[in-house]
Design a protein around this ligand. Structure first.
Ligand SMILES: Nc1nc2c(c(=O)[nH]1)N[C@H]1C(S)=C(S)[C@@H](COP(=O)(O)O)O[C@H]1N2
Ligand SMILES: [Mo]
Length: 526
């Protein structure tokens, strides 16, 4: 093709598109209305047509791309994949509506056009989400848009032909889109799950009285006041440092493979020990909640976070030890390893021995476990990176030979014990001219023995003050250090020694693949 031919071709295409502008705008408007309607009907749940698309994107994205996003964009990476999924859904819906419009025009029936414009997105949404009723939210708005558009056209009739379709249509469509978007947002966010109810609230899914069940080790469930006492203890022991969380995090971080949390009904939930076992063992929510419960402080840290990042948090969890279910099943696998599986198709493999102190949590800080943290039940594996603390857990598979987990398939090594870290999150210029620095420090089940601080870039070191330890084997602490600053700019460095007496390694490493390491340092200006 010569350049001239190419130019003519593209001018022709542009002209054709311009002729088709009304239809294209209608299709775009109706397609967007379908996506918006789906959100209005489902909220940010798996019933929203964007959810399975985003899930597919996240799952099929090459490991290097995911790692790049995690390391350079942080949680922004997930927002990007969500936006991409929304855009894909709009394009797909608009194309389906377009098919409806074309077929309708061929048959010279605006009603066929309107019907198909809704039926196709509805069908696709039903296929993707499996819920034909909620999918009506995706089908009705496009039908409405195309029908209304058809009525308008027949009413305006022939004289509409003189009116240039261009600018006015674009403005009309934009206004309509804004209206639809606003309505959908209002409706959809109404569907947002409410924050975790109190564990002691009688209206929460509570354990039925399992009197007469064969389990006899039913001590009375711990009183709410014990939980309150522990939370108060954490409050008291917290160092009051501006700019950072107390010992129980105010906002617990979130890391998920999907932008949309799976929806698991507590009444239908169960956990089964499967694989190389003498017999499968299943426990349901009622049984779990009727067992003697424990309250445990447990800190989580994501292997993918930055060295001085904010994906490390602590909470008081309520639940039951996990090992009893494995014991009941009688594991007989030859690799001494286990795979956790979850309702969002997440899976992680690690050594069976790590389960010994493992925990199944259904409560968090005195509330029912929030949806984003694994409602109804998540696993906690003390001392290990966050990734094997599987949320929405449904299966414990005892393996016969080693296998790779979700993140290990993407090159990470996050199934082992956490690295030791002392972060610097608080820098305070006191009225008396001194400076106070502080942060959290964590070494998993090794515990923290000591935090040292240097205010001269690592030449000399002094011991920091540590917060009083909280009960538990896997709990972070806070440190702080107050000093007379030298003249001018200086470098503050923090380093921890764990409970085995091992100094945190100085050598710096990125999060990928085995978690960040190195000493946190920061430059402080007078
Ligand atoms: N089912 C499931 N469990 C999961 C994840 C997930 O995506 N799906 N993410 C893991 C990762 S990488 C981390 S760091 C922790 C984070 O737990 P949080 O979101 O409660 O902070 O959950 C882990 N458990
Ligand atoms: Mo993680």
């Amino acid at each position: 093709m010569t350049l001239e031919e190419f130019e003519m071709q593209s001018q022709l295409t542009v002209a054709r598109l311009r002729d088709r502008l009304p239809e294209i705008l209608t299709a775009l408007l109706a397609g967007s209305a379908g996506v918006a309607g789906s959100y209005a009907a489902a909220g940010f749940t798996p019933g929203f047509v964007v959810a399975p698309i985003e899930g597919f994107l996240a799952r099929t994205m090459p490991g290097v791309v995911v790692t790049f996003a995690i390391q350079t964009l942080g949680s922004l990476g997930q927002q990007l994949s969500l936006l991409t999924a929304i855009a894909l859904a709009v394009v797909a819906f608009s194309s389906l509506v377009g098919i409806g419009i074309v077929v309708g025009a061929r048959l010279d029936s605006p009603w066929v056009a309107a019907l198909l414009a809704g039926a196709l997105p509805w069908g696709v949404t039903t296929l993707l989400t499996g819920d034909p009723v909620v999918a009506l939210g995706a089908g009705l708005p496009p039908t409405l848009v195309v029908a209304v558009e058809g009525i308008f056209r027949s009413v305006r009739g022939a004289d509409d032909a003189d009116v240039s379709p261009g600018r006015r249509r674009v403005v009309e469509s934009a206004v309509a889109l804004l209206g639809i978007g606003g309505l959908a947002t209002a409706f959809g966010s109404r569907q947002q799950p409410s924050a975790g109810q109190s564990l002691d609230d009688p209206s929460t899914p509570t354990p039925a009285d399992e009197a007469g069940s064969e389990e006899t080790d039913q001590q009375p469930t711990e009183t709410p006041s014990e939980r309150e006492r522990l939370l108060a203890e954490a409050d008291e022991k917290s160092l009051d440092l501006p700019g950072m969380d107390p010992l129980v995090s105010e906002k617990f971080y979130n890391v998920d493979i999907n932008a949309v949390d799976p929806e698991v009904n507590a009444d239908e939930w169960s956990l089964t020990v499967t694989g190389a076992v003498e017999q499968e063992v299943t426990v349901d929510y009622q049984e779990l909640r009727s067992m003697a419960s424990e309250d445990r402080f447990n800190t989580l840290r994501c292997v993918g976070e930055k060295l001085n990042g904010h994906k490390m948090d602590n909470a008081l969890w309520t639940g039951v030890p996990i090992q009893q279910f494995v014991d009941r099943a009688g594991p007989k696998g030859s690799c001494e390893c286990v795979m956790f599986r979850a309702a969002d198709d997440y899976f992680e493999e690690f050594p069976l021995a790590a389960l010994e102190d493992g925990f199944l949590a259904y409560g968090m800080n005195g509330d029912v476990l929030p949806k984003g943290h694994g409602y109804p039940v998540r696993a906690l594996v003390p001392g290990h990176w966050g990734e094997i603390n599987v949320k929405w857990i449904t299966e414990i598979e005892i393996l016969d030979k080693e296998a790779e987990g979700y993140w290990e398939k993407r090159g990470w090594h996050g199934t082992g014990p956490v690295n030791t870290v002392a972060k610097i999150h608080s820098i305070q210029h006191l009225d008396d001219g001194r400076i106070r620095v502080g942060g959290h420090t964590y070494a998993g089940t090794r515990g923290i023995e000591l935090v040292e601080v240097s205010t001269d870039g690592g030449e000399t070191w002094a011991e920091a003050t540590l917060s009083e330890p909280l009960p538990g084997d896997d709990v972070w602490r806070q440190w702080m250090y107050t000093y007379d600053p030298p003249d001018g700019e200086h470098e503050v460095v923090a380093r921890a020694t764990d409970g085995t007496g091992t100094l945190q390694p100085k050598e710096e490493a990125n999060a990928f693949p085995s978690g960040p390491s190195g000493w946190v340092s920061t430059t402080i200006k007078p």
